[in-house]
Design a protein around this ligand. Structure first.
Ligand SMILES: *Cc1c(COP(=O)(O)O)cnc(C)c1O
Length: 400
């Protein structure tokens, strides 16, 4: 039986390779950090991790995780409602919801699961979801699992949002779903305007803040703090797999009754194993650290602003913004996709690890190298990266 599908898969894989879309995985032989060793033996500066606060290998986080292992054991071998809830899970839910300024929170094995389990229990076919066209794959999939009518919003277009709110006014409930920060551009959703329109038209607001929790806003609460709408967003989903230590896990935080309802009804919560206690304990440690001091997010902001300024001064076309995702754009050159890829590979020879993205990950003519800054980067790392960009940029005639 396997013969037929095998031939098809081989052919499909060949096509992916020929289109230049095959995703190779680089093997790291060290901890995750600002500097990593890769399997070729080379040591490189890492500018493509979601390790925004440098917590992935932070001594305090490692300590909290190993203490968690000792205190709570390795695994729970259970879902939450059978025998998979320890005090540490309840503590984490309390700390996360307090940090985000929400009533309550419910843990999931990943934010992918949080998004898979947040829509379907709350909205039925008489409801409508208005979803940004660039929302994360897991938001798209979560909405697919839900029977509500789906309306795709032109990316961050508030006129289109108002038109769709008018169009759906007969729905039982309307929910606006948006990423807080969009990962390919570093765009920050205009939550202030979204909440105004939601209030005016009596709609709910859901934000996936995976690329913001822990560092965006003055005290790192996320996009709702950055846009000054804390208390006006109904649901936040987020990940522990990025800024908050980077292991795994996610949650939905929101209004009390909604979270209680999700505990009864959300399928990835009910039918998937509980978060490992060591991860819960480490994330509690992260929440404590970030609640005490803004030092790390302040350093990240400084790094991000420094890198943007230095790259702009060097003559690169940077997508403007205020986020540690900094896209270096190649769209004005012929064959931008190949250029971005060649540029990234030349940077690796210089010891700078970044990734080039092109169609279909981003639109045609918008190929880019996406740089991600971290609080773990020191000024000399950033200078070294900019110098390498400048050197290759001149060689490839991207800057003069
Ligand atoms: C990374 C990401 C996710 C997935 O998070 P995991 O916890 O790794 O499953 C979901 N949504 C957005 C917007 C993300 O950036």
């Amino acid at each position: 039986m396997y013969g037929t599908i095998r031939e098809d898969l081989k052919k499909g894989l060949q096509e992916i390779r020929e289109a230049g879309l095959y995703k190779e995985e680089r093997v790291i032989t060290s901890h995750q950090g600002p500097e990593i060793r890769v399997s070729t033996g080379q040591t490189v500066l890492n500018f493509c991790a979601n390790n925004y606060l440098g917590l992935s290998s932070h001594p305090r986080v490692l300590e909290a995780a190993s203490q968690g292992l000792k205190d709570w054991g390795y695994g729970m071998s259970s879902v939450r409602f059978i025998c998979g809830t320890q005090e540490i899970h309840k503590t984490l839910e309390k700390k996360v919801s307090d940090f985000l300024g929400m009533d309550d929170a419910i843990l999931f094995a990943a934010c992918f699961d949080a998004n898979g389990g947040v829509f379907e229990p709350l909205l039925d076919r008489d409801c409508a979801i208005i979803t940004d066209s660039l929302n994360h794959a897991s938001v798209i999939d979560g909405i697919r699992l839900c029977k509500a009518q789906r309306y795709i919003l032109k990316h961050m277009d508030m006129d289109d949002l108002e038109a769709k709110l008018k169009e759906t006014q007969n729905a039982k409930y309307r929910l606006i779903a948006t990423d807080g920060v969009f990962s390919m551009d570093g765009d920050i959703a205009p939550l202030d305007k979204i909440c105004d329109l939601a209030d005016k038209h009596d709609a709910l607001v859901m934000v996936d803040d995976s690329h913001a929790t822990g560092f965006l806003g003055k005290t790192g609460r996320g996009t709702h703090e950055y846009r000054a709408v804390m208390g006006r967003v109904d649901l936040i989903t987020t990940t522990f797999g990025k800024a908050l230590g980077g292991a795994s896990g996610g949650c939905v935080a929101g209004q009390a009754e909604m979270i209680t309802w999700l505990r009864q009804k959300s399928r990835p919560y009910l039918f998937s194993n509980t978060l490992p206690p060591a991860v819960a304990a480490a994330t509690v440690g992260v929440m404590d650290l970030l609640s005490k001091t803004t030092e790390l997010r302040d350093k990240l902001e400084k790094n991000q602003k420094m890198f943007r300024k230095m790259m702009t001064d060097a003559g690169f076309d940077i997508r403007p913004g205020d986020h540690p995702i900094v896209p270096i754009m190649f769209g004005k050159f012929e064959n931008d996709a190949k250029l971005a890829q060649d540029f990234a590979s030349r940077l690796l020879d210089e010891g700078i690890y970044v990734i080039g993205f092109s169609y279909p990950v981003v639109p045609h003519g918008q190929a880019r190298i996406r740089v991600q800054l971290s609080a773990a980067h020191e000024e000399e790392h950033i200078t070294k990266a900019v110098n390498a960009f400048t050197k290759i940029g001149k060689e490839l005639k991207v800057i003069s």
